[in-house]
Design a protein around this ligand. Structure first.
Ligand code: GDP
Length: 202
């Protein structure tokens, strides 16, 4: 389905999957990280924003700690596998945690983070830990609240307020989204482009 996202017509090239979160990319371009719990709706949302299947829905989510890199004309998208998958081993979970920590602390080329949270669920322990790390580095974060269509209209804004408070972000950094209705898809596309070109942001 087309939602007129500004990223829909841009060329996107898969650069590769890298186990090292500090892997250098050339040329250097602004980088936007996408992360969220497994099953949060990340593949669906990326597919809607880019209007094409970007990230293949994995059969065993969360099993590999790899940085998946896509290149757009003006930026890289660094897509992290979903976290919090129940069947992942303790060591794999720890490996993933280290990947994110190192990425956030050491990757100086990151210009923004698109962080996905399911509108129906309370942020998990992992969610809050990553939020704290990102805020410590003062990375610009945009939260996409996914699957907003699953709640009646009247409950969406109050969930937005609650989740914004829980993760310690202003409400204008939290966006309601739905891949079914297209809610918030254009706004997310615009935000990704704006984060990569801060001087052009209004
Ligand atoms: P990922 O594991 O984060 O990549 O999640 P997926 O994109 O695979 O989505 C997980 C499940 O949520 C799938 O069954 C999707 O169809 C469903 N889903 C994703 N986005 C939405 C949405 O906006 N609305 C609804 N109702 N379901 C969604």
């Amino acid at each position: 389905m087309r939602y007129n996202s500004p990223l829909a017509d841009l060329p996107v090239e898969f650069v590769g999957s890298f186990p090292d979160p500090t892997h250098r990319l050339t040329p250097v371009l602004p980088e936007v990280v996408t992360l969220g719990r497994s099953n949060v709706g990340k593949s669906s949302l990326l597919n809607a924003i880019f209007d094409r299947p970007l990230a293949k829905v994995s059969g065993s989510p969360g099993r590999t700690a790899l940085l998946n890199v896509f290149r757009l004309p003006t930026l890289y998208l660094l897509d992290l596998p979903g976290y919090g998958y129940a069947k992942v081993s303790h060591s794999e979970r720890a490996r993933y945690g280290r990947l994110v920590k190192t990425l956030i602390e050491q990757r100086t080329t990151i210009t923004g983070v698109l962080w996905l949270l399911d509108i129906r669920h309370e942020p998990s322990v992992d969610d809050l830990a990553y939020a704290q790390q990102m805020e410590k580095r003062q990375l610009p974060i945009l939260v996409a609240l996914t699957k907003a269509d699953k709640l009646p209209h009247g409950q969406r804004l109050s969930r937005l307020e609650t989740i914004a408070r829980q993760v310690g972000l202003p409400e204008d950094q939290v966006q309601l989204t739905s891949c079914l209705s297209g809610l918030g898809i254009v706004e997310l596309g615009e935000s990704i482009l704006a984060v990569a070109n801060p001087s052009e942001a209004t």
